[in-house]
Design a protein. Structure first.
Length: 118
């Protein structure tokens, strides 16, 4: 069982930055691909970014490319999402998720709310 706890959300003005963190409980953290998803009010949850086990490969949704950076510290069992140039449409609950594979997520955090004001 892996427990994931997100932090770092909050209220920020458009154009600002936030860094989200996701701390994992498992010593096997480095065996999981780590992902960030988000769900805006009234919308379905959508993929944001992924980083492979070793941290050597990353993948982003088009909406995140050039503005968001995913990284991980396997020694700290933590994955990060640096978000720059935030837009009001980035307002959502952000979730981290761990997957042994690339498609199915095995574990989810409870999310952290990001609100971007105009």
């Amino acid at each position: 069982q892996v427990q994931l706890v997100e932090s770092g959300g909050g209220l920020v003005q458009a154009g600002g930055s936030l860094r989200l963190s996701c701390a994992a409980s498992a010593r096997t953290f480095n065996t999981y691909n780590m992902n960030w998803f988000r769900q805006a009010p009234g919308k379905e949850r959508e993929f944001v970014a992924r980083i492979r086990r070793s941290g050597g490969s990353t993948y982003y949704a088009d909406s995140a490319k050039g503005r968001f950076t995913i990284s991980r510290d396997n020694a700290k069992n933590t994955v990060y999402l640096q978000m720059n140039s935030l837009k009001p449409e980035d307002t959502a609950v952000y979730y981290c998720a761990a997957g042994a594979g690339l498609v199915v997520m095995d574990y989810w955090g409870k999310g952290t709310l990001v609100t971007v004001s105009t």
